[in-house]
Design a protein around this ligand. Structure first.
Ligand code: NAP
Length: 321
């Protein structure tokens, strides 16, 4: 194995993403020492029990001290205050990054606090699950997933390269773009789908003509795939919608127009319009599978167990005495 890219890695926040980075950095040898901290004593205690960091410290300042790479893994709304807290403790040449699902606001909130001589390079691993907390992390989360770096203009090239190499060691494919472009792309590929899932699951809940038990019972008709997304962390997603408001609202306007088009097609009995639209969307799904971003297995590879064998027919009962 080649020597670790990072000597001392500090993780601020150890939930699904921080917990996965800790496990992956150790498993794939990306950092020599991992120091971690979290907001609550309960999470810090759990991280220590899990043994996924070499050191668990009580404060963000302590974690940042002497670190070569600090990754802030908390809801995006909390990035600014945390940057202010760690700034005086950063060593010269330290790289400060994050994993937030929104990049423009993170850059705006963190940059004013980062001292000269330290390098702020926000990042977003486009990988996750609907689970939260340090127990939900796993080392393979980033393998063959994209990690988008959004270095500000004039960012130190060597620092960008170090961060790229770090994420590549965790198995990610790394791409670089501006924070603004990131927020536009993610608004359509992630944020709007989450908003729709949160809406539709809420709508089903309120729909009084169908009982709640029927919604759950017949969920395999498509609904359950929305419920997975709608089970995502409420704090994280509240912050995403508050901090990427403009891009999401822009996509939402386009979405509403497209929904209007399909609504009219149904009203008019325009089967060709519906068929053409569904044919185009089917091609998008096939494109995602063909570039390896999802399994080709039908129904996301869910197991479809065989029908249980019927109990053996009772053997002909011979006349008993
Ligand atoms: P998570 O499992 O809920 O963990 C969040 C962590 O942040 C916990 O350690 C929590 O500490 C800490 N935290 C929460 N509020 C805080 C605050 N106000 N100040 C300081 N720390 C705070 O969340 P996650 O899924 O890892 O998400 C973390 C970040 O990754 C978010 O910015 C999210 O946008 C981004 N992201 C998430 C996904 C995903 O699928 N989940 C994918 C890509 C990127 P306590 O446990 O002590 O409360």
């Amino acid at each position: 194995m080649s020597p670790p890219i990072i000597d001392r890695l500090a993780l601020i926040g150890v939930g699904l993403i921080g917990g996965s980075i800790a496990r992956a950095a150790r498993e794939y040898g990306a950092a020599r020492t991992i120091v971690a901290t979290a907001r609550s004593p309960a999470t810090r205690r759990r991280v220590a029990e899990l043994g996924i960091a070499d050191q668990v410290v009580e404060t963000n300042a302590e974690a940042a001290k002497g670190a070569d790479l600090v990754i802030v893994c908390i809801p995006v709304g909390a990035s600014g205050p945390v940057a202010a807290e760690i700034a005086p403790h950063l060593k010269a040449g330290a790289i400060v990054s994050d994993v937030g699902s929104v990049k423009g606001s993170v850059l705006a909130d963190m940059a004013p606090h980062i001292p000269k001589g330290a390098h702020l390079i926000p990042a977003h691993p486009v990988a996750g699950t609907e689970n939260s907390g340090p127990d939900s992390g796993f080392p393979e989360l980033f393998v063959n997933r994209w990690c988008i770096l959004t270095p500000p203009e004039g960012a130190d090239k060597e620092a960008v390269e170090t961060l790229r190499a770090f994420w590549a060691t965790l198995g990610a494919n790394v791409e670089t773009m501006t924070a603004q472009h990131h927020d536009l792309v993610l608004a359509i590929t992630s944020h709007l789908p989450h908003l729709i899932a949160y809406t539709i699951v809420g709508t089903a809940e309120e729909f009084s003509n169908v009982s709640r038990s029927e919604v759950l019972k017949f969920s395999a008709g498509g609904f359950r795939d929305f419920t997975r997304i709608a089970a995502s962390d409420p704090t994280m997603w509240r912050d995403v919608f508050l901090h990427n408001k403009d891009a999401v609202l822009e996509m939402l306007a386009q979405f509403s127009a497209d929904l209007g088009y399909l609504t009219r097609a149904m009203q008019d009995g325009d089967g060709d319009a519906l068929f053409d639209h569904f044919t185009r969307t089917r091609a998008i799904r096939r494109g995602i599978v063909s570039i390896g971003q999802d399994s080709a297995a039908p129904d996301f590879g869910r197991p479809h167990p065989a029908k249980p064998l019927a109990p053996l027919a009772r053997p002909y009962a011979a006349d008993s005495e």
